[in-house]
Ligand binder design. Structure first.
Ligand code: PHE
Length: 353
């Protein structure tokens, strides 16, 4: 009996030593310890052993069982470690491989035009003010000479936001920047500022978007006249659209300016000869402007007897369209990368492919 056990033990150790995978190890477990396993059968064989030999028999079976368990555990740990290091080896990152290209977006044409206009005005000595898009009725209308119930509010029908304390709205014009800058200027001294940003109106047809971009300009000083306004706008349009560009003023109405003008530029497509873009007139309307209304100055703490000012407001979308030859305004808001990638510039290191 002892010899048999010894032989079995040797064989078992040898087999366990040679296993190469957890699967093989488990097969061995079935072979030895399973329901019909070698060790299990030995164990149940005790019933056929003579009474006086039972003790020794039992001890021997225990030895072989313990040997199996010990070696099994050892091998299991070894194989698990092996599997982990194999996995680590397989998943190792090769830092010498070329990296994947990171796709980086490009500047939106609206951002480009905004930056271009800002640069232009900064070069003329203006500051840039970036006001909030959520505004009060006071800043968006009342302090711009549009009291509650004023009929000119209708043309800028608005998105209102309410909380339990106060009603807010999405600004309908960047003219709100005028109010904010004037009020913030505690010394009530001269101002030269442009306020670019998004504005919101309840328009939603093919040529109007409920959200678009404007840029407001405000100059306040002593002895400011319409001539300064015209000179400034003329320089601005020439710089942006070409030296041959001419401008003209047409009388208009805005509650916050007096007198008010609509500003046209010579058509950038036909140069003024007349084409489909300018509807054969040779001119395209690009701006609203005028001398700051005395009421507006007063409401924000300026003495209209001492100070005058001019203001202008323009839609950036149109300028972007002219500047980049974009024919459909909706493409500016469609977020189609195929469209936007056309404005990527190599010198800005945009990876767009
Ligand atoms: N805020 C006006 C608009 O949105 C434009 C404007 C600005 C006109 C400043 C005159 C002076 O239509």
């Amino acid at each position: 009996m002892k010899d048999k056990i010894e032989l079995l033990t040797k064989e078992l150790i040898k087999k366990l030593d040679n296993v190469e995978s957890i699967k093989e190890l488990n097969d061995l477990k079935v072979e030895y310890m399973g329901k019909k396993g070698i060790i299990t059968e030995l164990q149940s064989g005790i019933k056929d052993v003579a009474k006086e030999d039972k003790k020794e028999y039992g001890m021997n079976v225990n030895i072989i069982r313990n040997t199996f368990n010990e070696n099994y555990d050892k091998q299991l740990t070894r194989l698990k470690e092996m599997e982990i290091s194999k996995k680590i080896e397989e998943e190792r990152i090769d830092v010498t491989l070329p990296s994947k290209r990171i796709r980086q977006g490009s500047k939106h044409p609206m951002t480009r035009i905004q930056e271009e206009l800002e640069d232009l005005f900064v070069a003329m000595g203006y500051d840039v003010y970036d006001g909030p898009e959520i505004e009060t009725d006071e800043n968006c209308f009342q302090k711009l000479n549009l009291p509650l119930g004023h009929p000119a509010r209708d043309s800028q029908d608005t998105f209102y936001l309410e909380n339990e304390y106060e009603a807010y709205l999405l600004r309908t014009q960047t003219s709100t920047g005028q109010v904010r800058v004037m009020e913030a200027n505690k010394e009530k001294g001269p101002i030269r500022v442009v306020c670019p940003g998004k504005v919101y109106r309840r328009d939603d047809d093919a040529t109007h978007s409920h959200q678009f971009m404007q840029m407001e300009g405000l100059v306040i000083d002593k002895n400011v006249s319409m001539a300064d306004l015209k000179g400034t706008l003329s320089t601005f349009c020439k710089k942006l659209l070409g030296e041959k560009t001419d401008i003209r003023f047409r009388p208009s109405y805005f509650p916050f300016t007096e007198p008010s003008v609509e500003v046209d530029v010579t058509c950038f497509k036909c140069g003024g000869a007349g084409c489909s873009l300018c509807k054969q007139t040779g001119w395209i309307e690009v701006l609203g402007a005028g001398m700051v209304h005395p009421n507006v100055l007063k409401m924000s703490g300026y003495d209209p007897e001492k100070y005058q000012g001019f203001a202008f407001g323009t839609g950036l979308d149109r300028f972007a369209m002219f500047r980049f030859g974009i024919t459909d305004i909706r493409t500016l808001y469609g977020n189609d990368v195929r469209f936007l990638n056309q404005f990527a510039r190599k010198d800005e290191n945009n990876e767009v492919k």
